[in-house]
Ligand binder design. Structure first.
Ligand code: NDP
Ligand code: 8X3
Length: 266
């Protein structure tokens, strides 16, 4: 179905992993007068992705790469106003930007790591939501007023040792999402959360401060999800009939049954 025809989709953290795959999946499956606003800090990666989408799907999808650090409240506040006029009619927000830093346990957790995880995963997601909600609310209470799709994590449901801050940040995403759905119950704005289990992306490379061998060990003997697997779910929830809210989704690879509960091939 051409359910996103004429719509504008914003994705945060589109330069890598799940966000990047979401951009490609929206473009490939809904190439009918779709506008994609791709945001992240790494502008070069966004430009490359925009070129790839243009080559693959052509004119049906217009792509606007925008450099945006969601952890900077001033940048987020100016985001919608800074868009060219024809890009401001946003219909879908995918709050995907997020990160984990380190595996330290209290009291050894670096203050800078605590700050960057909360500023990005929690405050950034909330600020983005608040920046874009007025666009949705201006549409009134008709169907299709707007979609917010928040990327949480299994870590927000099952906290684990060595991940306390990341887990707390994702639990905060979950609480904010659930409260927001209640706050907006009289509107036709859909508030949805997708919680991935283990996905192989740059996530673990970032967690280990660029140490690729430590990152690879996370996935040793496992068969993790690909970012495309999560992108398919994100596009699925965004393309249901207007009255259908896929409110809350947990997605594992088949060898996972909880946070860190992974069957590894020896
Ligand atoms: P990646 O590291 O591959 O991608 C993270 C993305 O977030 C990048 O595009 C990065 O872009 C962006 N980002 C980070 N900080 C900021 C910032 N301050 N402002 C804007 N963008 C930012 O990891 P994933 O794709 O795996 O992560 C995407 C989401 O999925 C995160 O919220 C993560 O917590 C969640 N998740 C991941 C799981 C996994 O196992 N991989 C499991 C469950 C949830 P740039 O550096 O260019 O700014
Ligand atoms: C990422 C999943 O379990 O590695 O959100 O923290 S986990």
């Amino acid at each position: 179905a051409k359910r996103l025809q004429g719509k504008t989709v914003v994705i945060t953290g589109a330069s890598s992993g799940i966000g990047r795959s979401c951009a490609l999946e929206f473009a490939r499956t809904q190439p009918h007068d779709l506008r994609l606003i791709l945001t992240a800090r790494r502008e070069d990666a966004l430009r490359e992705l925009a070129a790839q989408i243009r080559d693959e799907v052509g004119d049906g999808v217009k792509v606007l790469p925008v450099k945006l650090d969601v952890s900077k409240p001033d940048e987020v506040r100016g985001f919608v106003g800074g868009l060219p006029e024809e890009w401001r009619d946003i219909g879908v927000l995918v709050n995907n930007a997020g990160l984990v830093k380190g595996v330290a346990k209290a009291p050894e957790i670096a203050e800078a790591d605590i700050a960057v995880m909360f500023d990005t995963n929690v405050t950034g997601l909330i600020n983005m939501t608040q920046a874009i909600l007025p666009v949705f609310k201006a549409r009134g209470t008709e169907g299709g007023a707007g979609d917010i799709i928040n990327i949480g994590s299994i870590a927000g449901r099952e906290p684990y040792a060595g991940g306390s801050i990341y887990c707390a940040s994702k639990a905060a995403v979950r609480a904010f999402t659930d409260a927001l759905r209640r706050e907006l119950v009289a509107t036709r704005i859909r508030v949805m959360e997708v919680d991935p289990g283990q996905v192989e992306t740059e996530f673990s490379v970032v967690r280990f401060y660029g140490d690729k061998s430590k990152a690879d060990a996370v996935y040793a003997g496992c068969d993790p999800l690909t970012p495309e697997d999560i992108a398919e779910v994100v596009v699925f929830v965004a393309t249901r009939r207007e009255n259908v809210v896929v409110a809350d989704t947990l997605v594992y690879p088949s060898h996972q049954a909880g946070a860190g509960v992974l069957h590894r091939k020896s």
